[in-house]
Design a binder for this molecule. Structure first.
Ligand SMILES: *Cc1c(COP(=O)(O)O)cnc(C)c1O
Length: 391
């Protein structure tokens, strides 16, 4: 993180070398280079707000043989950026034209017989076999075929495979409570996954990768590893299960720093009340700064009077209500307009982390970084790395 670069108002700095090292360490944690599972890094939602392309390049450099995205356009954008590795795209809409994805050699997911039919149509149109990952709903009740519908999906997939239109490359599911490794739902979901795999095997399917684990399961439940693990939040340096284990104990470091310049500073006196609704009243003389970031930039309004920021080597409180474009924060005496105020960062210099912001706002770190870095945010983003090869 360089705080001396010129930026006008507010800036998000993403250190791609940190993402690369996180991924290297995560690969080591699951012994990916020896007999452990292969590693996918999930770069959906613009790399959790860290930027799709930079995150993807850093993940590949760190050892990810797979990338995962939700949306088809993200997969095609990665191909446009020159990525030639395995990519799985898993969220399609009814009537989806799969041909462009299949032509681009992207693995696709099927949750239902209807969707499998659309994939077969896409394969015919593309003139090549589609690689499909059949998803079973083992208990999250989100995507995937319900257990009752699974045998019929397997039969249809086997037929499409024999016909040469698809190759069932993967069978997969997703856990509901992986951040609570002792939760009984994990055992139930693993048992359901085993049963679903048995149905597939009986039908003659031989998937290349069976996969179930997100970051939390990959780090905390080796029984869920199978052939491939899907790391999302951990690649960006945030703990997937902060109540169980902090990021530093996982060998990962937050890659995103959000900082801004004080637009104005002033001194307030006891009795002065701050921001909309006067929800904060000054109790002792204090210097405050106006920071040009608000909920229009992805700063949660729930951070009102609870979050902290970092200026001139000290933490200060966010005072009163978060506005659309600005917040008022407590800063050390000597602070002047134009000085830097760090909202959150890796935490190594004393600044708050996205995990702390999540706790102050009653949410998860995922939402903090994804909102501020993603479409909701307006701050400039800048990417750095050790040697410039990833940017
Ligand atoms: C987002 C997502 C992941 C990554 O989850 P993390 O908790 O960020 O590791 C993995 N698999 C699927 C299906 C996802 O949607």
């Amino acid at each position: 993180m360089s705080s001396h670069e010129e930026y006008r108002r507010a800036e998000i700095v993403v250190d791609l070398s940190v993402i690369q090292r996180n991924v290297e360490n995560l690969c080591d944690a699951v012994a990916a280079s020896t007999d452990g599972p292969a590693v996918m890094v999930v770069v959906k939602a613009d790399g959790y707000g860290h930027g799709l392309f930079g995150s993807a390049r850093a993940a590949r450099a760190g050892g990810a043989t797979w990338l995962g995205v939700a949306d088809r356009d993200e997969a095609l954008d990665l191909r446009g950026d020159g990525d030639t590795g395995r990519i799985l795209a898993w969220l399609a809409m009814p009537g989806e034209d799969f041909a462009p994805l299949i032509e681009a050699d992207v693995d696709v997911a099927a949750y239902s017989i209807e969707q499998l039919g659309e994939i077969v149509e896409g394969a015919k149109a593309a003139g090549r076999q589609a690689r499909v990952h059949l998803k079973v709903d083992t208990g999250l009740s989100r995507g995937g075929a319900p257990l009752q519908a699974w045998p019929a999906l397997i039969t249809a997939a086997r037929t499409a495979e024999v016909d040469g239109h698809v190759k069932v490359a993967g069978i997969w599911s997703h856990l509901a409570c992986a951040d609570q490794p002792e939760h009984e739902a994990n055992d139930e979901q693993e048992a359901n996954f085993e049963a679903a795999l048995a149905v597939a095997e009986k039908a003659g399917l031989e998937p290349e990768v069976r996969h179930l684990a997100n970051s939390a399961a990959a780090l905390l439940r080796p029984s869920a590893w199978y052939d491939l693990v899907r790391f999302g939040i951990a690649a960006y340096g945030l703990s997937p299960a902060p109540a169980v284990i902090p990021a530093d104990e996982l060998g990962i470091v937050p890659a995103m720093t959000v900082h801004a310049r004080a637009a104005l500073t002033k001194d307030l006196a006891p009795g002065d009340a701050v921001s909309y609704g006067h929800t904060f009243t000054v109790d002792q003389p204090m210097r405050v700064a106006l920071v040009p970031l608000g909920y229009g930039d992805g700063i949660p309004r729930h951070a009102s009077s609870t979050a902290q920021v970092f200026a001139r080597g000290r933490r200060g409180r966010l005072l009163g209500t978060v506005c659309m474009d600005q917040v008022v924060v407590e800063v050390p005496r000597g602070t002047v307009a134009g000085d830097e105020v760090v909202m959150f960062g890796p935490g190594t210099g004393g600044e708050p982390t996205a995990q702390e912001w999540a706790e102050w706002c009653g949410t998860i770190s995922y939402e903090i970084v994804t909102r501020i870095g993603g479409n909701a945010g307006r701050a400039e983003r800048r990417w750095t790395d050790d040697d410039g090869s990833l940017v």
